[in-house]
Design a binder for this molecule. Structure first.
Ligand code: PLP
Ligand code: TYF
Length: 397
């Protein structure tokens, strides 16, 4: 039976990272997967995570199953982190959540809940969106529509196109939005534009589904959540997929939350039961370790302050790298790269053709996606000159 099954292609992002790992060129530059790399070229463990982990190891008394909804301290901490401590929906008891295996798990649970409520729901995704959104949402049976989002000529959001396309989204449809630090393009909505999306959701009745995987890495924890908070203040219903992979560096611990903003407190409770049943169909209970660490950090003032300091430093460093990369690229090319500085978070499209991205890989061991998406956080003092020079060479042909 199994011999009918054939080899499938690798994940387009992870496959390139694997190719870079085995490249023997000592000058190789890995700008593929969205992980934060320090100046020393490593993906660090946050100091607050290390401290929380030491305490957890001392105090942990069991490895029995987590409850199906996950750790209660983690859940309330994540609700406050994303929604804000003064959220009216939170105060009204209209918010509930379950702990999930990463943001991916949250997206999948959100998709299951949507499918239970509206099996024919269409999910509107940005052009482009994170490629993993498609299997995560599509495997549940939801269908897709696309809205215009990134304008490659302007290196920014085509908001007119987005609004024109979303005018066709109707009650029973879902609109997937990147909460901040758009993956792959780095171009985000302004708060005013979030307001327009809220107006449209109110008028047309579609349900926004916000994927927020980079809170704290664009402008800061509060500013990065301003869009999702605006929607939560204006709309009766909202689904949010949050992740601690990037902003706590808990990638491999698979730590995330599916958050539901509902029209009533009763409905918010019902959604937890729906999400738990959805989780039981896939993995039953979430993993413990990452959520126990995040829960400790979010519920302890000193650990929170320590974590926020380190996150702010990462955010500042990424924004500094954007400026340095822009000016280095401009030294090696007469193109305008100022857009890199205007974008947010880890990603940017450099605006190269797939053939140029391939040439960078084959001739210079500089690894970026074929779309020319780079992980800005993979740039450092030791590789920035080599990188800019290589891009300049490839652009000259
Ligand atoms: N959503 C987007 C746009 C992402 O880029 C990522 C991961 O990098 C995620 C969600 C979820 O990631 P994880 O499952 O590691 O939390
Ligand atoms: O886009 C990225 O690079 C990150 C990490 O299947 C990632 O979001 C990449 C591929 C994947 C899961 C996560």
């Amino acid at each position: 039976m199994l011999d009918k099954l054939t080899q499938l292609p690798e994940d387009s992002i992870l496959g390139l990272a694997a190719a870079c790992r085995v490249d023997p060129n000592p000058h190789k530059v890995d700008l593929t997967v969205g992980i934060y790399m320090s100046e020393a070229g490593i993906c660090p463990v946050f100091d607050a995570v290390r401290l929380a982990q030491q305490a957890l190891i001392e105090e942990e008394t069991t490895k029995a199953y987590m409850p199906p909804a996950g750790d209660a301290t983690f859940n309330t901490g994540m609700q406050r982190l994303v929604m804000g401590g003064d959220s009216p929906a939170l105060a009204a008891g209209r918010v509930s959540s379950i702990q999930t295996p990463g943001g991916c798990g949250a997206i999948r649970i959100g998709a299951e809940v949507i499918h239970a409520a509206a099996p024919d729901a269409r999910v509107w995704v940005s052009d482009p969106t994170w490629p993993v959104h498609i299997p995560l949402l599509g495997s549940v049976g939801l269908s897709f529509e696309t809205y215009r989002y990134y304008d490659p000529a302007e290196h920014g959001v085509n908001f007119e196109g987005m609004v024109a396309d979303l005018q066709q989204a109707r009650r029973g449809d879902v609109v997937l939005l990147h909460g901040c630090c758009h993956n792959p393009c780095g171009a985000d909505l302004s708060l005013e534009q979030w307001g327009t999306i809220a107006d449209m959701a109110e008028r047309q009745g579609f349900l926004p589904f916000v994927d927020i995987a980079y809170q704290g890495l664009g402008d800061g924890l509060e500013t990065d959540a301003a869009g999702v908070r605006l929607l939560a203040e204006r709309l009766p219903e909202l689904i949010i997929a949050a992740s601690c992979s990037k902003n706590m560096g808990l990638y491999r611990e698979r730590t995330g939350a599916a958050i539901f903003v509902c029209a009533s407190a009763d409905n918010a409770r019902a959604l937890v039961s729906q999400a738990q049943v959805a989780a039981r169909r896939i993995y039953s209970m979430p993993p413990a370790h990452g959520a126990l660490l995040a829960g400790r950090i979010l519920s302890d003032e000193a650990l929170t302050a320590n974590w926020e300091d380190e996150l702010q430093a990462m955010c500042r460093r990424i924004n500094g790298l954007r400026t340095s990369l822009m000016s280095k690229l401009q030294q090696h090319s007469d193109r305008d790269f100022s857009f890199i500085e205007r974008e947010k978070g880890m990603f940017s499209f450099l605006g190269l053709t797939p053939a140029q991205a391939l040439a960078l890989r084959e001739q210079h061991s500089v690894y970026m996606l074929d779309s020319s998406r780079i992980n800005v956080a993979g740039v450092n003092g030791a590789n920035i000159d080599y990188l800019a020079e290589a891009v300049g060479k490839v652009l000259r042909g």
